[in-house]
Structure formats: structure tokens, C-alpha cells
Write a protein that binds this ligand. Structure first.
Ligand SMILES: C[S@@+](CC[C@H](N)C(=O)[O-])C[C@H]1O[C@@H](n2cnc3c(N)ncnc32)[C@H](O)[C@@H]1O
Length: 463
């Protein structure tokens, strides 16, 4: 079959879209290009054309944007772990701030909301405290690996090619995690290859090894390893755990999550402790947190401190308030706010996160927080008193419409909305406009070299 011929053209990239893609206008259409940034002169192929937009594949950068810098990682441009390494960090921050402002204007229809310059991440490499490496029976090769006949193409342990679920690179080192993580990853790869058990193939739903999830505590240098497998094998996993701990004394916890699900998610239905503790202890500011393998915890520890300081400043508590923290995870926000208010109720669906949250309050000597385990709507219905301030930190999908409606009905005087997705933030703030004015938004960068951004919005009740 002859291959479809694409239109090839040269263009100058003039803008950046949410999601980090470069944009230019062609034939009356906005055209989106992965891997290109404003100021680049490029050669590209139009690969998809719709009524109102088109998509192009970058073929060559003819003249680079002055904002381009050399990317230090050998996987840059191929790996989905980070897609903006070639862009100067100051520019990343500028584009992230702009994406928040543009989402508010275009998705939320909200004009004139002040969006402050993004707060930078304290570190731009080695900042991630958690990395999930996928084990696959099909290795995705880098351009310089394609002709190497000695490479084993049926095994990979690494990160995905952007936007794919089954194209996995065999990642030797990831610059987003501290270097000790790369040494641990290399040893896990060696032990997996020596185990005689096959990597898991998502397409065939066969194989044993699924993920290696590495977590580290910035405050102590301790590590937790979560080996995710498709079936249990206690003797093998215990042997591997012992070898890991013997080689790396900084590993304080090894657990095994077992999952039979087809979905490519590194969470098991059952967790077996293998070595050491069942959780990892981390400090943010002067607070201590214990995090178990499957609980949510912000992945940039030092950046998270800036995020929670922003939440605390926006909440502007005076001491007598009742506060509700929606989507409270492991209780980090309640711990940060507890001494500034009378009482906090956290609502969180994850059982292990709620257990962690209760333990975290205890660890920090906090007695005025309690947690409701369950869905937000259910938790809101069970409230004993109306809160003065509500904090909401939902997942990427944002808040369900019913939750927004319930918030409007409850009518706290202030809402602090923490979001990792400017699009759903804009949608939800627009819905809340009925009762609340958004006075300011502070982007906080927790994810250097990706287009992702956290943003904290301060909403006050309309009088
Ligand atoms: C972005 S995290 C926020 C965690 C926390 N605020 C923090 O900073 O660590 C979102 C949390 O919402 C929880 N969650 C998701 N959907 C939920 C729902 N419908 N009801 C209650 N909690 C939910 C998740 O389990 C997760 O812990």
C-alpha cells in the first residue's frame, strides 16, 4: 500500500498551546506541532487536518528559537518523562503562567483575574520524589539504538514515549530523580533479568514484572521500592528485596503490589510488605509525613512546601475557623493549617491515604483534624457544621458538577482551590462565579521540563 503523502512545509512557530505544543497559523487554521517552541523556524509535515485546526509532525528545526538550550538527557525528545528540557527554564515558567491565564480567559470566560508570575521549583533536576518505571516485553529504541543487533528488544524497564501506553524505553538514568535512584533502578533491572520471570506485555496481558516504583525522602535520603507484579511469588520477591537492601542500605522499605488488572496503573489490589517499613518518612518544612506506597504525595517535595505556603497565605486563617479540606490525601494541607484554625475536616476517598493522614496528624502532635473516608459528596453531607473556609485540591479531572453545586450551597466565606490542571480549574472557577469572585491565582511550578503546572486560586464569597 502506498504511504499517504503529507503536505510538507516550512513555518515559524508563533505561540504555545496548553499541553506544550508549538502553534502557527496556516491556511486559516491553527496548527499544533509537538517539540517546537515560539521562535523556531521548522520544516514539518501536516499529518491531520480538521475543520478548525491541524496537527503537524516536526521534521527538522531549521533555525532554533533563541530560547532553546541543549538538553542534558539522552532521551530528550523521545521520552514522555519530560518534553521541555530544551527550553530555558525562565521561558517554561512564562509559558506555564500564560497557559493558566489563557485557560481562565478562554475556557472559563473570566477576564482580568490576576495571575501572578509562577513560583519556580527550588530544583529543576533530581526534584522528583517518586518515579514509576514500566516493565515491558517490547522495547522502544532510540534512533541510535535501532541498528544495534545486540540489544534485547523483548525487555524494557523505563519510561514511556509521550502519549503511548505500550512504547517503553529502557531507561538507564532519569535526570528527574536523584542519582541514587538510577543506581537502584540499574540493580532492579539486573535482578529482574536474572529472575527467570518474564516482563509483562500489555497487549497479550501475559508476563510477571509490571512496574518498579521508586520513592525517596529528600529530608533523609531514604528510599522505598515498590515492585509491582502480575502475580504473587513470595520466595522470589523476598530474595530480591533482601538483595536490594543489602546493596543499598538507604532503602528502608520494599513492598510488592500485585495486580491482575489490564490497566497500566502501578497500583496493586494486594500489597505484600517484603523488607523494612511499610511507609517512607518525609519532612516538608517543619512537619513530618509518613507515606505508604499507594498514597498520593506531591512528587516535588521542596516545591510542595512553596505550594502549601501559598495555600496557607490564601486561606488567611485567623484562628477560630472551621476548615474543610476536600481531597485531603495524606493530610498534608490539614497539617500545614491546623495551628491556624479551630478545627479541620479532611475528606478523602483513599483508605490508605486516610490512614496516613491520621498518622501524620499524630506524628505532628495535631489534635484538631479529623478525616472522613469516602467520596466528597458523601463527606460534605456528613459535615456537622458549615465551614468558614474550604480548601479543594482535586485530581486532574477537577470537581464534579455536584460538588461545585454543594459548595455553592454550603457557602463558606472563602475557597482556596489548588489545581494541577488549568483547564478544569478554569471550568470549575467559572461555575463557582455564581457565588464567588476569583481574586487571584498563583501558579507554582512543581514539574520543571514538563508543561504541567499547579495553580492556587483564592475565591471570596460575593456579598
Ligand atoms: C491531587 S490529590 C490531593 C492530595 C492532597 N491535597 C495533597 O496535597 O497531598 C487528590 C486526592 O483526591 C482523592 N480523590 C479523588 N477523587 C475523590 C473523590 N471523589 N472523593 C474523595 N477523594 C477523592 C485522591 O485519592 C487523592 O488523594
Amino acid at each position: 500500500m502506498p504511504r499517504k503523502r503529507h503536505i510538507v512545509l516550512e513555518a515559524e512557530i508563533t505561540g504555545i498551546a496548553y499541553g506544550g505544543r508549538g502553534i502557527f497559523r496556516w491556511d486559516g487554521l491553527a496548527v499544533f506541532v509537538d517539540g517546537a517552541v515560539p521562535g523556531d523556524r521548522v520544516r514539518l509535515a501536516i499529518v491531520r487536518r480538521r475543520k478548525s485546526f491541524a496537527e503537524a509532525r516536526l521534521l527538522e528545526v531549521l533555525a532554533p528559537s533563541p530560547d532553546r538550550i541543549p538538553a542534558p538527557c539522552r532521551y530528550s525528545g523521545v521520552c514522555g518523562g519530560c518534553t521541555w528540557q530544551f527550553l530555558a527554564y525562565g521561558k517554561q515558567l512564562e509559558y506555564k503562567r500564560r497557559s493558566v491565564a489563557e485557560s481562565l480567559a478562554h475556557i472559563g470566560g473570566m477576564q482580568g483575574v490576576p495571575v501572578h508570575p509562577a513560583i519556580a521549583s527550588p530544583a529543576v533536576f533530581a526534584y522528583r520524589n517518586k518515579m514509576e518505571f514500566t516493565c515491558s516485553d517490547r522495547r522502544w529504541l532510540l534512533p541510535d539504538e535501532i541498528d544495534d543487533p545486540d540489544l534485547d528488544r523483548r525487555f524494557a524497564l523505563g519510561l514511556h514515549v509521550p502519549g503511548t501506553f505500550d512504547k517503553v524505553l529502557d531507561t538507564e538514568a532519569c535526570l528527574l530523580q536523584p542519582d541514587a535512584g538510577n543506581r537502584i533502578l540499574a540493580e532492579i533491572r539486573r535482578l529482574i533479568l536474572a529472575s527467570g520471570r518474564p516482563p509483562y506485555g500489555l497487549k497479550r496481558h501475559e508476563g510477571f514484572w509490571r512496574f518498579a516504583v521508586l520513592r525517596n525522602a529528600v529530608s533523609s535520603g531514604a528510599w522505598m521500592v515498590n515492585l509491582v507484579t502480575a502475580a504473587a511469588d513470595p520466595p522470589l520477591l523476598s530474595e530480591i528485596a533482601e538483595k536490594l537492601v543489602a546493596t543499598f542500605p538507604e532503602i528502608v522499605s520494599v513492598v510488592n503490589n500485585v495486580t491482575a488488572r489490564r490497566a497500566g496503573i502501578a497500583v496493586g489490589e494486594i500489597e505484600h510488605p517484603l523488607c523494612g517499613e511499610r511507609s517512607l518518612r518525609e519532612c516538608i518544612g517543619r512537619f513530618v509525613f509518613e507515606i505508604s506506597a499507594n498514597s498520593f504525595f506531591q512528587t516535588n517535595t521542596r516545591g510542595a512546601e512553596r505550594l502549601y505556603e501559598t495555600v496557607r497565605a490564601f486561606a488567611n486563617l485567623e484562628g477560630g475557623e472551621t476548615v474543610v479540606d476536600l481531597y485531603s490525601g495524606t493530610g498534608t494541607i490539614p497539617v500545614f493549617l491546623a495551628e491556624r484554625c479551630r478545627r479541620i475536616v479532611g475528606i478523602e476517598i483513599g483508605a490508605s491515604a486516610v490512614e496516613d493522614a491520621i498518622r501524620n496528624c499524630r506524628l505532628n502532635g495535631i489534635e484538631n483534624c479529623r478525616f472522613h473516608e469516602g467520596d466528597i459528596l458523601e463527606g460534605l453531607a456528613a459535615l456537622e457544621e458549615n465551614p468558614a473556609v474550604v480548601i479543594a485540591d482535586p485530581p486532574r479531572a477537577g470537581m464534579a458538577k455536584e460538588v461545585v453545586r454543594e459548595l455553592l450551597r454550603l457557602g463558606p466565606r472563602r475557597i482556596v482551590y489548588v489545581s494541577c490542571n488549568p483547564a478544569t480549574l478554569a471550568r470549575d472557577l467559572a461555575l463557582l462565579q455564581e457565588g464567588y469572585e476569583t481574586l487571584e491565582v498563583q501558579p507554582v511550578d512543581l514539574f520543571p521540563h514538563t508543561f504541567h503546572i499547579e495553580a492556587v486560586a483564592r475565591l471570596e464569597k460575593r456579598s
